[in-house]
Design a protein around this ligand. Structure first.
Ligand SMILES: [Zn+2]
Length: 381
């Protein structure tokens, strides 16, 4: 009896001590955290970095399934060494032809063509840009058209229009240059005549025009880059820019336009579809807006199948290690994976795997159709 009671006490003792040892670290941690206020305070969005516990199939695709054209890249005055390095990197990911949209005009254009196409004729395409230096001198539009014609003789294969056009570019009298400003009609007519495409960036993601508040889905990006905000006091509204842009497309039915970044309708595919239906001369690239497609994989898949002749592969800011997200999204059905640039997407994305025939069109066939002078033999049938 006595020994059994002793045994019972021993068990209780072990339980109490063991229980204390087990509970103690938590008690201490909780107290520490309470003193710093951590456990009770809500983390900021930067602090809260939940790790997904999802176990699912993952494909690491380092190289595109087919050779591709990057229709949207920027390389300002590249040196021979930089171009050599580029080609080495392009080969690792199956990037067959890179389109440098930042060719400039005149001497700069000549130099860029020489550095890129001059050394690797089948690997690079250079687009010209407009100079606005003489914007306020009468006859501006006609002169731009003439300069463009000269640039094309010197090797340019398209015209890129940057986002200042329509938003920041102003005449000396302070009046904003509208996207459909008749002064530029001669330029777009010239593009039709020369059979070169116009890759045009109009506006910005619509969220940049919205108030920077806690409902804005680009809150983080606007915090990091406040100058990307487009408040109504300083900028035309998003819809005004869209209206002007669409009027431009309508005015020049023989000119092929590639609206950069899904025309900023990546968050409204139905609207983009209507744009395509209304203007057969309009195409888009997917540069820097992959997260829009990746958050709606079913819609993105169906959209790309339906409009497979209208969408082109592009990346924008060149970084060889970031293309794999595009390959993974376009070529697999991987789920819920992190995007490469958090400020663009406060969400994870999903693959929307398109059929090979669609993939080929997005990767190169549509670019071959639109951009003159790319060697089609470097690509599969
Ligand atoms: Zn760009």
């Amino acid at each position: 009896m006595k020994s059994r009671r002793g045994f019972t006490f021993l068990i209780i003792g072990i339980s109490v001590v063991g229980g204390f040892l087990f509970v103690w670290p938590w008690a201490v941690m909780t107290r520490q955290e309470q003193s710093s206020g951590k456990s009770e305070a809500t983390p900021t969005i930067d602090e809260y970095q939940p790790k997904s516990t999802l176990i699912t199939r993952e494909h690491k695709i380092e190289r595109a399934k087919f050779p591709f054209v990057d229709i949207h890249s920027h390389h300002w005055n590249p040196t021979a060494g930089e171009v050599d390095q580029l080609v080495t990197e392009m080969d690792t990911i199956n990037l067959r032809v890179m389109v440098n949209l930042s060719g400039g005009t005149g001497e700069q254009l000549k130099n860029t063509v020489a550095a890129m196409k001059g050394r690797y004729p089948n690997r690079f395409v250079v687009f010209a840009n407009m100079s606005y230096d003489d914007l306020n001198t009468p006859g501006f539009g006609k002169r731009v058209a003439e300069r463009l014609e000269e640039d094309v003789k010197n090797g340019a294969q398209g015209l890129k229009i940057f986002k200042d056009f329509g938003m920041e570019l102003k005449y000396a009298n302070g009046q904003r240059v509208h996207v459909d400003d008749p002064e530029f009609d001669a330029v777009f007519q010239k593009c039709a005549e020369l059979k070169i495409p116009v890759l045009i960036h109009v506006a910005e993601p619509s969220a940049f025009f919205d108030p920077w508040d806690y409902h804005n889905e680009r809150w983080e990006e606007l915090k990091e880059f406040p100058r990307r905000a487009r408040p109504p006091a300083k900028y035309p509204p998003f819809e005004t820019l869209m209206t002007e842009r669409n009027h431009l497309f309508a005015k020049h039915p023989k000119t092929n336009f590639i609206a950069a970044h899904l025309g900023f309708h990546g968050n409204d595919m139905e609207r983009l579809g209507k744009l395509f239906d209304s203007y057969p001369n309009v195409y888009v690239d997917i540069a820097a807006v992959l997260a829009e497609l990746g958050r709606q994989p079913y819609s993105a898949h169906d959209f790309l199948v339906k409009y497979q002749d209208r969408v082109l592969m592009g990346k924008d800011i060149y970084e060889v290690n970031e293309y794999k997200w595009y390959f993974r999204a376009l070529e697999t059905r991987d789920e819920y994976f992190e995007y490469y640039r958090k400020r663009h997407a406060f969400w994870r994305i999903y693959g929307f795997q398109v059929p090979d025939e669609v993939l080929k069109k997005v990767y190169y066939k549509n670019a071959l159709k639109l951009v003159p002078g790319i060697d089609a033999k470097a690509f599969p049938e």
